[in-house]
Design a binder for this molecule. Structure first.
Ligand SMILES: Nc1ncnc2c1ncn2[C@@H]1O[C@H](COP(=O)(O)OP(=O)(O)OP(=O)(O)O)[C@@H](O)[C@H]1O
Ligand SMILES: [Mg+2]
Length: 529
């Protein structure tokens, strides 16, 4: 991009340049000599054509600037107002009423190796006396908008389906209840009637009722009735599950309920999804959970979403899903759903709780499951977090504060060995209420300190480039980090640098090898001081 008009002072020119480069919308400006004067970075990205091929070249110059004929035609049209020759291409072009001379058209444009539906907007640039200086133009990719509209329609369909399911479940409920009450009555009746029927049969005679011999009925009828009872109970369970699933979580509902009950109900609903797949599910529910207050049905929905996601993520035949509830000593009640599936795609992991983020478009996924779940959990005063590794699995945790709420601690883990870094982070996240960030070197640690402001820094002593001691020195000399606690981890118990570290304030050392409990105890002790 260039904006070197003598009309602009250098500072304005710089600001304009910066703004054009920073804006994520493709913008181009062609001047009155039909020469490109601006081709911002978003333009380069979208069209796959570097600014160096375009700037200061006339739109007629094709050499080195591989642009589609339509594109040139379009510019000619906007530029010379040569509408007739290209009208065929831009049947849908519309003047923009609010801006004199501006046009908007939806066209197909070559973007790199792709042809995309885009919306072009072009407006003439004129100076104060109305003199024509050039054309300002933006391009809008319509794919995202189309995708959002499709997803919205799909979500609306799902909502309608939810209402339908609720209606059907309600209708089935009454007949199912009828069966549920009457089958036990029949069982009792059968016990009373059986001796009467048997007494009517004379020795040596084979009397039949409903075509079946009395001896057969005597032997099999109790089992038939109990199978019927079992089947009806199953229908009742499914209906009750569907009813609670389709009912949208009412934040005004504030009744005490057990997290375990929500898990059990969700598990029942999930059985149809789990069954038939080679997945072993292990459930460990703590029996001393305090009650949660809110909507049981909404929390069921959260658990169900997590379980279904876990099932869908398992793409091999040795699937495992662990579901656990417990109360931790730090005052949080935790639900954990962990799987050994394919892991969350790193490209979507940062947006996982946003609506419509999904990798299951082709399988009917809406990408709403986690966003709805997140909102429900937040409405109950809790939070959701996850940890995932490609090809290894994912662990989601839902945390609800119980009793006294303790502040969530921030911990920065620094180690050049990714295995140790991940292990320590995992252990902290799974066992303590804390937010963890990681850094792979001393330099990265220093960069993150300012933005993350941790309460505790867990740092390896020996790392290439900048080691743990150097980082500690920087921190202890910076008043901004006076309160920051440091835990230095090292396998060398008698290294010279340890003396210096031991003399530092609020700095502890833990020697490798250590076991995880020892590590957690040390972290707790440091943070409670
Ligand atoms: N346990 C998991 N393992 C791997 N990826 C997961 C897991 N849970 C969620 N994801 C990823 O997060 C995305 C969003 O999940 P979310 O539940 O919000 O929507 P969805 O499952 O795609 O659609 P829907 O819930 O409407 O069926 C999923 O598409 C998937 O890519
Ligand atoms: Mg889902």
């Amino acid at each position: 991009m260039q904006a070197d008009s003598p009309l602009l002072d250098r500072q304005t020119e710089f600001l304009l340049h910066w703004a054009m480069e920073a804006v994520p919308v493709p913008i181009m400006i062609v001047d009155a000599t039909a020469t490109f004067r601006c081709w911002n970075r978003a333009c380069e990205r979208m069209l796959g054509i570097g600014a160096e091929h375009v700037l200061r070249r006339s739109i007629e110059e094709r050499e080195g600037f591989n642009v589609h004929a339509l594109w040139l035609d379009y510019l000619r049209w906007v530029f010379y107002d040569d509408r007739k020759s290209i009208q065929a291409h831009f049947e849908n072009a519309q003047p923009v009423k609010s801006v004199p001379g501006a046009w908007q058209a939806t066209i197909q444009l070559p973007c790199g190796d792709d042809i995309r539906d885009v919306e072009l907007y072009a407006a003439p640039i004129r100076n104060g006396s109305g003199e024509f200086l050039g054309v300002f133009q933006t391009i809008r990719d319509l794919r995202e908008r189309k995708k959002l509209i499709d997803q919205l329609l799909h979500a609306q369909k799902m909502e309608t389906l939810g209402t339908l399911v609720a209606g059907v479940a309600h209708e089935i409920n009454n007949p199912v209840n009828l069966l549920l009450y009457n089958i036990p009555l029949f069982e009792k009746l059968w016990q009373d009637v059986l001796p009467v029927l048997a007494g009517r049969v004379l020795p040596g005679e084979t009397h039949r009722y409903a075509g079946l011999p009395v001896a057969f009925l005597q032997e099999n009828m109790p089992a038939l009735l109990s199978d019927m009872k079992f089947a009806v109970e199953r229908i009742a369970r499914i209906v009750s599950g569907l009813k609670s699933y389709s009912r949208f979580g009412d934040p005004s509902e504030k009744k005490p309920f057990s997290l375990n009950e929500a898990v059990e109900n969700a598990l029942r609903l999930a059985q149809t999804t789990i069954r038939g797949r080679r997945i072993v599910s292990r459930v460990e529910l703590a029996d001393d959970l305090p009650p949660l207050v809110g909507s049981l049905h909404s929390i069921e929905q959260v658990v169900l979403n997590l379980i279904v996601n876990a099932v869908q993520a398992i793409d091999h035949s040795q699937g495992r899903i662990d579901i656990r509830t417990d109360v931790r000593s730090d005052g949080y009640m935790v639900l954990t759903v962990a799987d050994n599936g394919k892991g969350i795609d790193p490209s979507i992991a940062p947006r996982i709780f946003d609506p419509f983020v999904t990798d299951k478009q082709d399988k009917g996924g809406t990408g709403l499951g986690l966003s709805v779940s997140y909102n429900i959990v937040r409405a109950h005063g809790g939070t959701v977090r996850f940890r995932s590794q490609p090809s290894a699995g994912t662990m989601f945790q839902v945390l609800f504060p119980v009793g006294e709420r303790k502040p969530i601690r921030r911990i920065l883990v620094v180690d050049d060995d990714p295995l140790i870094r991940d292990l320590l982070s995992d252990v902290l996240i799974s066992n303590r209420s804390c937010t963890v960030e990681e850094a792979a070197s001393g330099i990265e640690a220093c960069i993150r300190l300012g933005a993350f402001h941790p309460d505790l820094l867990v740092i390896d002593l020996f790392m290439p480039e900048m080691n743990g001691l150097e980082v500690c020195r920087i921190i202890r000399n910076d008043p901004e980090f006076r309160e920051l606690r440091i835990l230095v981890i090292t396998g060398h118990s008698s290294h010279a640098s340890l003396d210096e570290i031991r003399r530092m304030q609020r700095t502890d050392v833990l020697f490798k090898p250590f076991d995880i409990q020892e590590f957690l105890k040390k972290v707790d002790k440091i943070l409670s001081e």
